[in-house]
Design a protein around this ligand. Sequence first.
Ligand SMILES: [Fe+2]
Length: 377
Amino acid sequence: MAPSIAESFAVEVVVPAKVNPQVSVNKPKVRRIIEEEGGKSTATYPQYLPVWDHSEKYPPLEPFTHIDHGKDADPSFKDLLPAESQIKKLTPTIGSEVTGVQLSKLTAAGKDQLALLVAQRKVVAFRDQDFADLPIQEALDFGGYFGRHHIHPTSGAPEGYPEIHLVHRNNNAWEYDEYLAAKNSSVSWHSDVTYEQQPPGTTFLYLLDGPEVGGDTIFVNQVEAYNRLSPAIKERLHGLKAVHSGFEQAENSLKRGGVDRRDPVKNEHPIVRTHPVTGEKALFVNGGFTRSIVGLKTEESDALLGFLLAHVGRGIDYQARIRWAPKTVVIWDNRVTAHSAIIDWTTGERRHLARITPQAERPFETPYVPEGDKLSA
Ligand SMILES: [Fe+2]
């Protein structure tokens, strides 16, 4: 059986665990967290508190041509990482941390290099950023350089900015117990919205409020996950596609009094995808949205998918854990990583983050290259 498929929505869907009963009974046209907090929230950035507008409905997404700016980037990173900046690796294969760079001031050349750096390092944390203090539209304009903004089908958003996806949770001991009542761990590996025909690429998440300790995010390197497989399994996976579904997320949202802003979709994507800039191959399945392998019988699909997801989940030797701090912006390449929030604090502190989610190309694969050929190439 493929693990953790049914339990993987808490990270993605930002309907809070505890819904105000008055609100859910009355089914308001617009639900605002700030009103539920009595109109004067303790949030550091109240303009970013989630709003769910039940009358909001968007048409299906149309295909578009994505040109990845990483292709144009100068690999010396001279416009992104000036002499006074510092970059250090968090682990050998995934994760870097940068200080001394102000993302909002980057030139186009610097942004191109950012796309390349993130593709290479998979996830990069930038400290001391002014991103959360910018007008929301300016933050969106910055993110829009990297691709067309995705509007999440079930997310709460800052009022008037549906392109921002919000993560919002005040975790106290009671909610923590409820959250873990039916499962052993909060770890819920997923890549964001892979049910879309063109899932996100360079993806931005920035902290607005967070617990003093806890609420980290972990990332796994899906390129390394592919690399670790035997040649026989790699070769067999090429040519296979998997079904990615947004239906369960939509159902879960409606069940909890949330919204369904766009009709859910399913898409088939190659199990091994190639990154358009680095040429690296990555395992492209995730516990959040990948449901089955096309052309296999149920038991076969469950067994193979279950193996692949367990393989990714236990790859501590190709994962990086990001500890949030005020003014941190984390950028990952959603094509070659999966991630999970860690719900482990019980203090009632607010964990509030905003995501900007540029969509990228439709996943594609390139032919299997036998190991010997790669070495001699
Ligand atoms: Fe996510």
